[in-house]
Design a protein around this ligand. Structure first.
Ligand SMILES: [Zn+2]
Length: 160
């Protein structure tokens, strides 16, 4: 079976930047499981997975516009410390989750004050060219429930 809309694709990946510096890897844990065509992964990875089958291993270079977007200036915001779960432990350069009107998002700490924290709302991988080494380990039809929810239900997919 080939990866197409309304299939669930499970894959392992190694992620590096354009200079070959390793950023993260799924190996050693569960493969990532995504409902294809639902935007569960960045557009560059979803496009590269289309039409692939189990056992295929390939590398794809994803520019920012197909990844997490360009870095935008002026996205620094001052937020009261109490809005951070881990506010007392944060240091400049840390990434953390912040609840916003758009839901949870990953932010980078710029500066920690007495009662406020300045954060950069750009995604930590915004503006970066990303190189994925991907190995497809499973492909199956999605269930009606997965299609309705817009994500895969299995280890490595969405946890309810
Ligand atoms: Zn669900």
């Amino acid at each position: 079976m080939k990866i197409d809309n309304n299939t669930v694709a499970s894959f392992h990946y190694d992620l590096a930047d354009a200079a070959g510096n390793r950023i993260e890897s799924s190996r050693g844990g569960q493969p990532l499981a995504v409902l294809h065509g639902a935007g569960n992964v960045i557009p560059g990875v979803e496009a590269a997975l289309a039409g692939r089958s189990v056992g295929e291993r390939f590398s794809v270079t994803v520019p920012p516009e197909q990844g997490y977007g360009e870095r935008r200036e002026g996205l620094t915001q001052r937020v009261p410390k109490k809005y951070f779960r881990d506010g007392q432990r944060l240091r400049a350069g840390d990434t953390t989750m912040l609840s916003t009107l758009d839901g949870q998002r990953v932010v980078t700490v710029v500066k920690v004050g007495q009662s406020v924290i300045d954060v950069d709302l750009n995604h930590p991988m915004a503006g970066r060219t990303l190189v994925f080494d991907i190995e497809v380990v499973a492909v199956r039809e999605a269930t009606a429930e997965e299609i309705a929810h817009g994500h895969a239900h299995e280890p490595g997919g969405h946890a309810h």
